[in-house]
Every structure is written in structure tokens, then in C-alpha cells.
Design a protein around this ligand. Structure first.
Ligand code: 6R9
Length: 655
């Protein structure tokens, strides 16, 4: 029987129960944990906080809900995140355990132990103090997937500085914007970055953007590729020189549970990204508990690999804070999935005998396209658990992952969560939950999720609506950095101050399982990366020949959604292929290559309401080849007919 046929047969299976063997060895196998948590969520979280973390002063209380939606957790507790990630393991005699098996693009390897990581973090924390960084100061981090990124983050955490990591795939201009919004005092970056055998300068473009930023006092440069980079006297320092000169002793600063740990910018429905703020005690509790129980972590024997980038929240929570807090050994891979060859992920699994792999559906779909023969050339028998995150996973991809990568023996945890939630919210527990391909199943113990009617806010037991979280949870965002009103407006205005509006549409089935459908706001999810349509539009209109642009997300086989831009040119400019490339380059410059539109459609005019608002909803309809919704509010219905013809013509061209 061929693979295709086998997968089709598996499509008939409604539920996948955990095997008796997995259940027998699992940390959690008794479903009573759900009842226990929902009977008293606050007490349950408090127990997680005190059982799983080391506190300088244990919290006496769980939740402070006196001023919704400004919730506090464990407010009288004091702790330090870096001490929980490093010192406690080293003190327990586990200093020689590998924290990261790092592997670079060209096959170089570096095993970094917990003791080594701690030594570097202490020194770098002192170096940060030496350049004037103190508690509450914001430090930008713009680094590739190298161990130094972890050192930089934890050194901030050690002294109470607030890190603001920007994904390496974003442009220098996007970095500048995020440094400006957060008034960062220092930026830690790199000489250059490697991607598929090429080296791109990073420090030079950063300099061009950062020149006149008043708040930025220091730029620290990690020498990674060895390429020449400009250094500005008095402002720029090399990382290795700072480390070398620093005092090796640096006790962790005891912080209040509600002291900020980091800011991470994410796309919203306006062009300005949202600075999600996380605090120390609640975030550490959320990521430690979810990482431990969702991935069934056995720190003595597991080798865990989260194949995300540390620049996204998945990297923060499940490459850095969760795994280190649990004291497990991780794999850290610098490169792309197809360099030096398309089997490199599977080579990594076999090389390090990875037991757990956490990846995004977009990667899985790419591997499906490349063919099952490629993973088949490698020994994947060490794997015992698989995870998925970032976007809905279609059942076919789930089953392929289950069969080809997991050898039908590994439970799959499809984990739904967001930058805002800090930690996994809806997910199977691998020793308890029967999974259904394509469903993230049910809320993690202690989490309250519901689906609500869009217009009336009625609870929907079995059907489609808006996903909401109905109870505060420890790792929730506390605010949008310096935008308190926007925080309340975005998340706590539609259904009141005690109901968190997620921004996703979801369905609940007859078993109460959740099926997340996708965004219900103006965000687009490309390969698991959230982008704002408004942000892409504003990048496109930077082009001098562009008059106006409307951007939408279009379903895409490879990337989940792809960006499609409808663009109006200024008078007397003729569309051309060169202009398409210029528009794409404009987006790469302002945001990053990942945001470049896959399709640019030239429009003589855009569909607008009589009050002048662009009706993206109609553009989405024609882009998906659906019947157009209500057009009665359109100023000029002929505009849509014209665009519909163009979209259809493009579809024919692409076959
Ligand atoms: C962790 C992360 C959040 C958005 C979220 C949703 C989508 C994430 C998902 C999923 C379906 C899953 N999403 N996980 N959709 N199933 N398992 O990705 O954070 O970058 O903030 O994106 O991603 O739409 O709202 P973030």
C-alpha cells in the first residue's frame, strides 16, 4: 500500500488514544488533574508556582483580580528567572548537563553546559551593568540562533533589565522602530548572519538605521561570522571583549513576581506593532508548567528540540525559559531546513537522539512536498513525542507527521497559544488526551476557553464563533508597553473587562474539542508568522510610484496564508514586472523578506465605502474565489468587477 493510500485510510480514524505504554510512563496520566484545576484554578496555579519554581520569597497568594483587566499573580513573591533557569540546576550538581547541543549551518558544533551558560550569563550581566544598564532598562536583542542570544536574554533577566528581542528575519528598519518605541538603552547584535552558505552584514545596516536614536547608548556586537563591521567609537563594544573584562561573580537580583521580564513586539490590526509585556513570576510559572506537562519532560533522559526561532514567542517560552527552567537538554539549530541538504533536520534528530520535536505546520508541509524518502534515510527511532505550533495543522499534514516522522508511536501535541498568552493554552496532555488530527483539543488545566457568538456574546457549545479566554492565567500579558488604552481596547472591550478576546475564530465540536480556524482580525499568518496587513500596506505606499495599497491574506498550500497586495499606482505610471519587484523590495526593506507579497495585483481603484474605508473583506472574497459578500455600501461597484476579472486571470496564468 502506498503512503497516500495509508494516509487516506488514517483519515477515517476519528481519535488517537495515547498508547498504554506512553500513558504508563507519562508525568500526567490521570484525567482528574482537569477537575482538580477547575475546582480552584487559583490554588492550582499557586501550587504549580511553588512546586516548580525556586523563590527567594514564596508567594502567599495566587491571583489579585482587584482591577481587571490589570491582573497580578503571585504579587508578594520574589524570584529571579535566570536563577531558576541556571543556578538551581548547577547547585543541584547538574552543571555538566548539556543545555544546548548547538549546531551551525556548516555543521560546526558546540555543546554548552548549564555551568558554562551560567558563567557567561554572570559575566555578561556584569558587563551590562558596566555599560549603565540597570533594573527596568530596555535592552534590544537582534541576534541569530546562536547560544549568545540565550546569554543575552538571561543576563538581562539576572539584573532585572527588560529584553526586547527582534526576530533576525526582520529588517534593520523594523529593529529601529522597536528600539524607538521601547526607548532601548542598548542593543545587542552581531557582525553578520549566515543563511544557506551566504553571509549577510547585520551591523552595517543596523548602524544606518540607528544613527540618531537618542535613547540608544551602546551597541554590543557578537563576532559570529568574522566579517568586517563598522564600530562607532564610544558607542560600540565587542561582546567577547566585554565578557573577558567582566567580573565572574554576579548574584541574581531578587525581583518582584510582577517585575517585567520582557517585551516582544507582535503584529496587530494597525501598522504599529504591539509591545506585549510579560512579567516574571506568572510567566515563569506558565512556561515551566506547560513545558513540563505538555511535552512530558524527563530532564534526565530527554533531548528536546524546538525548531522555532528565538525571535518569536515560541523561542522565548520553549527554547529558552521553559526548557532551561525544567533543566532539560535542548538542540539549537542555526540554519534553514534545506541547507546544506533537505534532510538536515532528520540528520539532527538522529545525531542528538532527539526524543521530542516541536515544529510548525508550514515546515511539515514543506517536508511533505520534498518527499517521505528523505526522512526515511535517517534513524528517527529516538523520537517519542511530537508537537505543532503557529497555525492550524491540516489533518493530512498531522497524519503525515504522525506516520512518517513519529512512526505511529509518538503522540502529537497541537498547541494553541499566542505571544499574548505567554504559554500554551489549548493542547492535549500526551498521556491523557485522545487527539483528533487538526484539533488543538482542550484547554490546559486551569485555563478557561470558550467560543462566543460574534454579535451577541452567547456561549457556543457546538459550533463556530470567536475564541475567548474566560479566566486570568499567570503567564498572560500585563499590558501593551506604554499603550495601556490600546491594551484594554484590543483585548478587553468586546466582551468586557474579564473576557480576553483572542482574535481567532474557532469551532467547538460535540466533544467540546476546539478547532482554531484562523485570525478574525486583520492579521495574516504566513508560515506561522503573524503580520499585520496595515503594516505591509504602509510599507508598500512608501514606494514613490504607489498611490494606495490594500493587503489581504490568501489561503496558500505551502505557507498557510500568503500576502496578496492590491496596488494603485500614481497617475501616468504603467505597471511592469520591475515595479512588482520594487514593491516587494520596499516591503523587505521596511519589514523583512518574510512579509513580501506573493502576488501584486494592479488596481485602477480599490473598493471603498462611501466614507472612504477600503473593504478588504470583498478583496478576500475574490482572492479565495468565493461569492462576494454584501456590496451595497460600496461607492463604486464596478471597481470590484474589474478586480475580480484580474484575479481570475491571474489564477488562470498560475494554472
Ligand atoms: C505561539 C504563536 C498567534 C496566532 C494565534 C493563532 C495562530 C498558533 C496555533 C494557531 C491554530 C495552533 N496559532 N498556534 N492556530 N492552531 N496550534 O504562534 O504566537 O506568533 O503570537 O501567533 O497563531 O491564530 O492567534 P503568535
Amino acid at each position: 500500500m502506498g503512503l497516500e493510500q495509508e494516509l487516506n485510510e488514517l483519515l477515517e480514524v476519528e481519535k488517537f488514544e495515547p498508547s498504554a505504554e506512553f500513558r504508563a510512563g507519562a508525568l500526567l496520566s490521570d484525567p482528574s488533574v482537569y477537575a482538580e484545576a477547575s475546582a480552584d484554578p487559583e490554588a492550582w496555579w499557586l501550587r504549580q508556582a511553588t512546586e516548580l519554581l525556586d523563590w527567594v520569597q514564596e508567594p502567599s497568594q495566587g491571583l489579585d483580580a482587584s482591577n481587571p483587566p490589570f491582573y497580578k499573580w503571585f504579587a508578594d513573591g520574589r524570584l529571579n528567572a535566570s536563577a531558576n533557569c541556571l543556578d538551581r540546576h548547577v547547585e543541584a550538581g547538574l552543571g555538566d548537563r548539556v543545555a544546548y547541543h548547538w549546531r551551525g549551518e556548516e555543521g560546526e558544533e558546540r555543546d554548552v553546559t548549564y555551568a558554562q551558560l551560567l558563567a557567561d550569563v554572570k559575566r555578561f550581566a556584569n558587563a551590562l551593568k558596566g555599560i549603565g544598564i540597570g533594573k527596568g532598562d530596555v535592552v534590544g536583542i537582534y541576534l541569530p540562533m546562536i547560544p549568545e542570544v540565550v546569554v543575552a536574554m538571561l543576563a538581562c533577566a539576572r539584573i532585572g533589565a527588560v529584553h526586547n528581542v527582534v526576530f533576525g528575519g526582520f529588517s534593520a528598519e523594523a529593529v529601529r522602530e522597536r528600539m524607538e518605541f521601547s526607548e532601548a538603552k542598548a542593543l545587542i547584535t552581531v557582525d553578520g548572519a549566515r543563511r544557506k552558505g551566504k553571509t549577510a552584514p547585520i551591523k552595517a545596516p543596523v548602524d544606518e538605521q540607528m544613527g540618531d536614536l537618542a535613547s540608544l547608548e551602546t551597541i554590543v556586537v557578537v563576532r559570529h561570522t568574522g566579517i568586517d563591521c563598522p564600530m562607532q567609537e564610544g558607542r560600540d563594544r565587542f561582546y567577547d571583549e566585554l565578557l573577558e573584562a567582566a567580573d565572574p561573580e554576579c548574584p541574581p537580583e531578587p525581583l518582584d513576581a510582577e517585575d517585567p521580564l520582557f517585551i516582544l513586539y507582535t503584529s496587530g490590526s494597525t501598522a504599529k506593532p504591539k509591545g506585549i509585556l510579560h512579567t516574571t513570576g506568572g510567566y515563569m510559572t506558565g512556561v515551566t508548567a506547560t513545558h513540563r506537562y505538555v511535552f512530558d519532560i524527563k530532564p534526565e533522559s530527554d533531548v528536546y528540540w524546538c525548531a522555532a526561532d528565538v525571535g518569536w514567542v515560541t523561542g522565548h517560552s520553549y527554547i529558552v525559559y521553559g526548557p532551561l527552567s525544567n533543566g532539560v537538554t535542548s538542540v539549537m539549530w542555526e540554519g534553514a531546513p534545506d541547507y546544506p541538504h533537505k534532510g538536515v533536520w532528520w540528520e539532527n534528530v538522529a545525531r542528538y537522539k532527539a526524543t521530542i520535536l516541536y515544529a510548525a505546520p508550514t515546515a511539515i508541509r514543506t517536508f511533505i512536498k520534498w518527499g517521505a524518502e528523505i526522512p526515511a534515510e535517517h534513524d528517527l527511532s529516538s523520537l517519542r513525542l511530537l508537537g505543532s505550533v503557529g497555525e492550524p495543522i491540516n489533518p493530512k499534514a498531522w497524519l503525515w507527521y504522525h506516520k512518517v516522522i513519529g512512526g505511529e508511536r509518538c503522540p502529537i501535541v497541537d498547541t494553541w497559544w499566542q505571544t499574548e498568552t505567554g504559554a500554551i493554552m489549548i493542547t492535549p496532555l500526551p498521556g491523557i488526551t485522545a487527539t483528533k488530527p487538526g484539533s488543538a483539543t482542550t484547554p490546559f488545566p486551569g485555563v478557561g476557553a470558550e467560543v462566543m457568538g460574534e454579535s451577541d456574546g452567547e456561549l457556543i457549545e457546538n459550533g463556530k464563533g470567536l475564541l475567548v479566554l474566560t479566566r486570568p492565567w499567570p503567564s498572560m500579558l500585563r499590558t501593551l508597553y506604554r499603550e495601556e488604552e490600546r491594551f484594554v481596547e484590543t483585548y478587553f472591550s468586546k466582551f468586557g473587562r474579564e473576557t480576553y478576546l483572542v482574535g481567532d475564530a474557532a469551532r467547538r465540536d460535540e466533544d467540546g474539542y476546539f478547532w482554531v480556524i484562523g485570525r478574525s482580525d486583520d492579521a495574516v499568518n504566513v508560515s506561522g508568522h503573524l503580520l499585520s496587513t496595515a503594516e505591509v500596506e504602509s510599507a508598500i505606499v512608501h514606494h514613490e510610484k504607489v498611490a494606495e495599497a490594500a493587503v489581504i491574506g490568501q489561503s496558500d498550500e505551502d505557507t498557510g496564508q500568503a500576502i496578496c497586495a492590491f496596488v494603485t499606482l500614481v497617475a501616468d505610471v504603467e505597471p511592469s514586472d520591475e515595479l512588482v519587484e520594487e514593491v516587494r523590495a520596499e516591503v523587505a526593506e521596511h519589514i523583512g523578506k518574510l512579509a513580501r507579497p506573493k502576488r501584486v495585483i494592479w488596481a485602477d481603484d480599490l473598493p471603498k465605502t462611501r466614507s472612504g474605508k477600503i473593504m478588504r473583506r470583498l478583496l478576500r472574497d475574490i482572492a479565495e474565489g468565493r461569492a462576494m459578500g454584501d456590496v451595497t455600501t460600496l461607492r463604486d461597484p464596478a471597481v470590484m468587477e474589474e478586480l475580480e476579472r484580474k484575479v481570475a486571470a491571474r489564477r488562470d496564468e498560475e494554472g
